[in-house]
Ligand binder design. Structure first.
Ligand code: TEU
Ligand code: CA
Length: 546
């Protein structure tokens, strides 16, 4: 199959996300580390991915598992050393895997030297690196709230000022209006580029250009000006993959982030689809069943709007989201079938797919008995906040079981030995009990496993350009069970057809395609019948003009 060489490499790439604390521990302290990642690079090569995005490993007090950085140019001792990082980059390169670092540029830790200085006096040269407002103790500048609970303002009595934090109290927001802050950040990015990093994921990048006095957090007026400046000063000097995390993106905004002229990022990582199973206008904890037809409409709209004008990331899971097989599949009877179905539906679309560690095994959510077993600051704060507000404990736990970020953060399940082969010590967060059935070693031996299905999907993307460039068209938009679409390029047309439910579904689409080739299918046997079995999914391909 002919490859279009004018296409940037990352349009044919598949990215794997590692949450380093939970991936592989190499020294028995119960915490995953860089040496552990190096040990597992051959596993990743076998899977066939092109790049690995690793959640932050910089020096950090770990108030938010590394999303609170106290030194951008060093590795936290918990994860290893800078020399280990260099070795990881080198070892990954040998296997043609690029390392994508997670850049947290909206805020630092309150233990960052900049903030320690900033807090010393109003005329300290670092004071203006952060966002301050005068005030009186107990009288907040306004009623803005922080993401992890409580007000977005924290009082510093010595200065008689508040600092602004969109996340935890220990995550003060940086002041991007200050050109010195921007210069420091660009120099730091260039320093990592020199070390051989292959790309960056930009944490909550839509929130950097805040204007708290007007209540503006994301999509501030100067956002794209800052991003273009950053890109010009840094990323564009190399052949990098850059991905901007943007909860507040619309397709219009995404076209700016991922403009094919390369002025900002390679692609956008947006969450519209992932908020559909929460009550509108409420929080993610306020559950509602997934409105399936809206999901189709939402994904289809992004496919259509970004066609040739932008580029999307494709993902179900990350370190902030519950496990997709538990969320929108069936982690019981049809775990294997539904995990594969979800993979096929996602990987058939246009964009760069992201696989979150363990997703390729069909890892599931956890239900820890007590809040004491949870580690995530967001989950723990939510629990106490809702108890205080008078919610029933059982209801709170129900939300946590469905949506806690710790669902994604339990250790990677490598094999059926103690602690799933993740550590020889005591893991920092408990292992999911089902590791004896669900683990990488077993799935690599089993030709019918979720792992093998993912591996094949990754391969298909490399073999058939229609995955990267085919135009998307949604079929059967009103069907309550079937998710079906075509992708069409100059030569080929591909059909992705899936039953999104645990009940048989009427669908004659694959039948009409009876002369087409089957690229992948999650059941044995024919696909030509007019009924699709529970969670059945197939991808068919034919020459155009048929
Ligand atoms: O997440 C952005 C973000 O908005 C999340 O806090 C989100 O609201 C929440 O996870 C939904 O449950 C990024 C990182 O991915 C996350 O891990 C960090 O905690 C956060 O930024 C702060 O850096
Ligand atoms: Ca360790």
């Amino acid at each position: 199959m002919k490859k279009d060489n004018s296409r940037p490499w990352w349009k044919d790439a598949v990215v794997y996300q590692i949450y380093p604390k939970s991936f592989q521990d190499s020294n028995g302290d119960g915490i995953g580390d860089i040496r552990g990642i190096i040990q597992r690079l051959d596993y990743l090569r076998d899977l066939g991915i092109d790049a690995v995005w690793i959640s932050p490993m910089y020096r950090s007090p770990q108030a938010d598992n590394g999303y609170d950085i106290s030194d951008y140019c060093d590795i936290d001792p918990m994860f290893g050393t800078l020399a280990d990082m260099d070795e990881l980059i080198r070892q990954a390169k040998k296997r043609k895997i690029r390392i994508i670092m997670d850049l947290v540029l909206n805020h630092t830790s309150d233990e960052h030297p900049w903030f320690i200085e900033a807090k010393k006096s109003r005329d300290n040269p670092y004071h203006d690196y952060y966002v301050w407002r005068d005030g009186e103790e107990g009288v907040y500048p306004n009623d803005m709230k922080a993401s992890f609970g409580g007000p977005a303002w924290e009082w510093v009595p010595e200065l008689k000022q508040y600092y602004f934090h969109q996340f935890a109290v220990k995550q003060p927001d940086l002041n991007w209006e200050n050109p010195k802050v921007r210069r420091e950040i660009y120099d730091m990015i260039l320093w990592w580029m020199d070390r051989g990093v292959g790309g960056f994921r930009l944490d909550v990048i839509d929130q950097i250009a805040k204007e708290p006095d007007r209540g503006i957090t994301n999509n501030g007026p100067r956002l794209h000006e800052f991003l273009r400046e950053m890109s010009r000063e840094t990323f564009r000097k190399g052949d990098l993959i850059t991905v901007g995390e943007a909860w507040g993106a619309t397709p219009e905004i995404a076209k700016l982030y991922s403009n094919p002229d390369g002025s900002e990022f390679s692609m956008v990582f947006q969450f519209e689809h992932s908020m559909l199973d929460q009550q509108p206008g409420k929080e993610k904890w306020d559950l509602r069943p997934l409105p399936f037809i809206e999901l189709k409409q939402c994904l289809a709209r992004w496919q259509t709007e970004l066609y040739q004008t932008g580029w999307n990331s494709l993902f179900w899971d990350n370190h902030d989201l519950p496990r997709i097989v538990s969320r929108w599949g069936d982690d019981g009877t049809y775990r294997n079938e539904s995990a594969k179905m979800l993979a096929a539906v996602l990987h058939g679309m246009q964009g760069t797919p992201y696989i979150y560690q363990g997703e390729e095994l069909g890892m599931t959510n956890v239900t820890f008995e007590s809040i004491g077993d949870y580690r995530d600051i967001e989950t723990v704060n939510l629990y106490h906040e809702r108890l205080e507000k008078g919610y029933e404990e059982a209801d709170i736990m129900k939300s946590i079981y469905a949506k806690s970020r710790d669902n994604a953060r339990t250790p990677m399940q490598w094999d059926d030995s103690a602690h799933a082969g993740f550590t020889s010590g005591t893991p920092w967060i408990a292992v999911n009990e089902n590791y004896r059935q669900i683990n990488a070693e077993a799935e690599r031996k089993d030709p019918d496993s979720v792992y093998q299905f993912y591996k094949k999907l990754i391969r298909l993307r490399k073999d058939y350009p229609v995955f990267a460039d085919g135009k998307f068209e949604l079929l059967l938009p009103e069907d309550g069970q079937i998710f079906a679409y075509t992708r069409t390029d100059e030569d080929m047309q591909m059909l992705v057809c899936a039953n999104f439910t645990g009940e048989p579904a009427k669908c004659s689409l694959p039948g009409k395609w009876k002369d087409a080739g089957t690229l992948i299918h999650n059941y044995e046997g024919d696909v030509c019948g007019d009924t699709m079995r529970p969670y059945e999914a197939v991808i068919l391909l034919q020459k155009r003009g048929k």
